[in-house]
Design a protein around this ligand. Structure first.
Ligand code: PAZ
Length: 350
């Protein structure tokens, strides 16, 4: 069995053939309805263009880390939605590891979920601390943490080592222009922003990576089927029947069209451990990703398997003080490095 770090996507003759025709048609139909595009798409595009340009100019690899769960709104003026479980912690911890390894990170995350470095402050001070609020925190000369809001200063806290470390690391990443946050809530926003991000990564060729840990809804109400106003309950003893449809499978499009030379890592979560390996392998074959990180809900912070087309590498958390994302990201980055080196050795294209 080959080491997982020789990861190649399942044997399609070329990367660009890993998108089945029906998947491709569904994806195309979804993006043809531009009414479902988030209004922020243009500003995100500008931020991505400038961020990617800066990384290219300093020769830094970029990873898009997705994190958190997507929602399926049941109404356009949304009162109710169906949510996918994910705290975002996997993505937040992984993003920190990638930054420590010298990557630039696009953190494509569910608004309000755990975020790199902010997760430490959120855990110790207030669950509301996100990346935006991190910009308003500073350490005063007597090492107390201050929240500055315009002219006001509030919430002075004695900062322990973990808080100081998180704030300093965040500020270093920000000042180095190595971290860009892009937020979604609904599955439709996620799909548009994933495509936009992947398209911006395309010029990096093999020096880009997609590391997709977000928990993305499998079923949705297509944009055209979402009622405008709150669904009414009068006379509704019979309850509410919903006919959800499958969400377009975009991983294949990412592999085939959006960023075909990027290194692609998907995640697979199951609650029935017996399904993990077959479903992870099926994802490699169907979507042309290089690796799938397979995890079971309740053991996900203790054990994961990195699965390639012909190998399985178990990763365990063996030290209570070291999150599993440390060995996980180290292994994934090694696989990415091998992938870049393989092209270079072949006199490759990037
Ligand atoms: O976000 P979190 O730390 O609570 O959990 C991480 C995870 C289980 C969402 C992630 O490791 C994962 O498997 N994401 C893909 C989920 C899916 O199969 O859609």
């Amino acid at each position: 069995m080959k080491p997982v770090s020789d990861a190649q996507p399942h044997a399609g003759p070329t990367d660009t053939q890993n998108c089945t025709q029906s998947d491709a048609a569904e994806v195309e139909n979804f993006f043809n309805d531009t009414a479902s595009a988030p209004p922020s798409l243009k500003s995100h595009g500008e931020a991505l263009a400038s961020f990617v340009g800066e990384q290219i100019s300093v020769g830094r690899p970029i990873v898009c880390v997705s994190a958190g769960g997507t929602t399926v709104p049941l109404e356009a003026n949304t009162v109710r939605s169906i949510d996918n479980f994910s705290t975002g912690m996997r993505g937040a911890l992984s993003a920190e590891q990638f930054l420590a390894l010298g990557y630039a990170v696009i953190y494509l995350h569910r608004k309000g979920c755990a975020a790199p470095y902010a997760r430490v402050i959120a855990d110790k001070l207030s669950p509301h601390v996100d990346l935006q609020l991190m910009d308003r925190l500073r350490l005063n000369p007597s090492r107390r943490l201050e929240l500055t809001t315009g002219d006001m200063e509030a919430g002075r806290e004695d900062a322990d080592e973990a808080l100081v470390g998180a704030l300093v690391a965040y500020q270093a990443a920000r000042d180095d222009r190595a971290l860009l946050a892009v937020a979604f809530t609904t599955v439709h926003e996620y799909l548009w922003l994933l495509r936009l991000t992947a398209q911006h990564l395309r010029p990096l060729g093999r020096h880009a990576m997609a590391y997709l840990a977000a928990a993305v809804s499998d079923f949705h109400l297509p944009p055209a089927a979402i009622p405008r106003h709150k669904v009414q309950s009068e006379g509704g003893a019979a309850g509410l029947e919903l006919q959800l449809q499958g969400v377009p499978k975009c991983l294949g499009a990412l592999s085939a069209h959006w960023a075909p030379r990027a290194f692609r890592v998907a995640f697979k979560l199951e609650t029935d451990a017996a399904l993990l390996l077959p479903k992870a392998r099926a994802a490699i074959a169907r979507h042309g990703v290089h690796l799938v990180v397979a995890n079971e809900l309740h053991s996900r912070y203790r054990h994961v398997d990195i699965i390639s087309a012909d190998a399985v590498l178990p990763i365990d958390r063996d030290d209570a003080d070291t999150p599993i994302e440390v060995p996980l990201v180290a292994e994934i980055a090694q696989c990415h490095f091998n992938y870049i080196a393989a092209a270079a050795a072949d006199g490759g294209d990037d």
